[in-house]
Write a protein that binds this ligand. Structure first.
Ligand code: KG4
Ligand code: ZN
Length: 345
């Protein structure tokens, strides 16, 4: 879509919409200032099924999107006619769920005759840090840890980053969710493991989980298998075992490596600033460890609040702002995408 640079505002008013999974979210920002941040989650309904049922997620979005957007505008104290752009997640995620938000955003932007900005959900997670600290500017080093990705990134400019490496199999969040099932914990697994781990001690031996010293490659599938084997062996032998200790041991093994590689990576890249994003970055243990490791290494850490690590629309609006500034607007023919490889859009 064409939108002349001279028409672009310095501090645009942007509506962000997110419906890629089980959260219907809308937020309004003016420049980098967050004016409102609304969310309706179907997680408790999905929990009854042990995971996200795509059809249920789509229906929940359809029911909620109108209200959530209206609430976001009201709380921000703005009328829709004053918006400068609508940013919406177009991928990656559940197709039906994405289509609800994308179709809504298209109608909204078309009706108001303002630009549409299709946002890559993962770029949204990376952009959350910009809302946390208004002075944040690239370059910086980022730990991305969500349900689908676990990677270390070097951000060069507001719209360009390099992926340096990460997991070769499961993502960290995926490992939390799978181990939670083994421990008979409900969906979503990450927060459940975190809570259980607080009641235990990391005394169960866990395997090393990196592939080659010094690099950015790591693997979660071996760690997950080790937990499954430990639990099954104990059960078969009829031996007592402590679920909380297993949770604490898994959590430490899964997250210590991320903290270590992040600090090593930032120093190796000559970055003085570290950011983090994605649902796993909401984990209290990870946040504390990352804070103290960065402090020790003399690195500045910009860590989004927990609610901006898990799925939300503020981060989509924030990424929308970066794309707006770069003049990257979408056609109204934009389609939803179930997957977008990291760094390809
Ligand atoms: O970023 P996100 O909300 O959605 C994706 O884009 O994937 O991440 C969801 C993942 C889930 O696997 C969830 O279990 C994990 O983040 N997660 C956590 C915590 N909160 C969410 N993992 C560990 N500790 C948490 N507190
Ligand atoms: Zn996400």
């Amino acid at each position: 879509m064409k939108f002349e640079p001279e028409k672009r505002k310095k501090e645009p008013l942007i509506l962000g919409i997110e419906t890629s999974c089980d959260e219907t979210a809308a937020a309004v920002i003016r420049g980098r200032t967050l004016l409102s941040d609304e969310i309706a989650s179907s997680a408790s309904i999905q929990a009854e099924y042990g995971g996200v049922v795509p059809e249920i997620a789509s229906r929940m979005h359809l029911n909620a999107v109108d209200d959530v957007v209206a609430r976001a505008l009201e709380r921000a104290g703005v009328v829709k006619e004053s918006l400068d752009a609508v940013a919406v997640t177009y991928g990656a995620g559940l197709l039906g769920a994405l289509l609800v938000g994308l179709s809504f955003a298209k109608g909204f932007a078309f009706g108001l005759d303002i630009p549409l900005i299709g946002v890559n959900h993962i770029r949204g997670h990376l952009a959350a840090a910009y809302l946390e600290d208004s002075s944040l500017t690239p370059p910086f080093f980022t730990l991305l840890a969500s349900g689908g990705h676990t990677a270390f990134l070097y951000t060069e400019t507001e719209t360009r980053f390099r992926c340096l490496g990460g997991t070769v199999d499961d993502a960290a969040g995926e490992a939390f969710d799978k181990v939670a099932r083994v421990l008979s914990l409900p969906y979503p697994g990450g927060p459940q493991i975190e809570a259980l781990a607080r009641q235990g001690n990391p005394v169960v031996p866990m395997p090393k989980m990196f592939k080659g010293e010094g690099g950015y490659r790591l693997s979660y599938s071996g760690l997950k298998t080790a937990v499954i084997n430990y639990c099954h062996t104990k059960q078969q032998r009829g031996e007592a075992w402590n679920r909380a200790d297993v949770a604490a041991s898994f959590q430490r093994a899964a997250l210590d490596i991320l903290v270590r590689k992040t600090v090593e990576g930032a120093l190796a890249c000559g970055c003085s600033t570290v950011t983090a994003g994605g649902g796993v970055a909401a984990n209290g243990y990870l946040r504390e460890e990352l804070k103290s490791a960065c402090e020790k290494a003399g690195l500045r850490l910009v860590l989004p609040v927990r609610a901006h690590c898990t799925d939300n629309a503020a981060m989509i609006a924030a990424e929308g702002l970066l794309q707006y500034r770069a003049g990257n607007f979408s056609e109204f023919s934009l389609n939803a995408r179930a997957s977008i490889p990291l760094g390809t859009d």
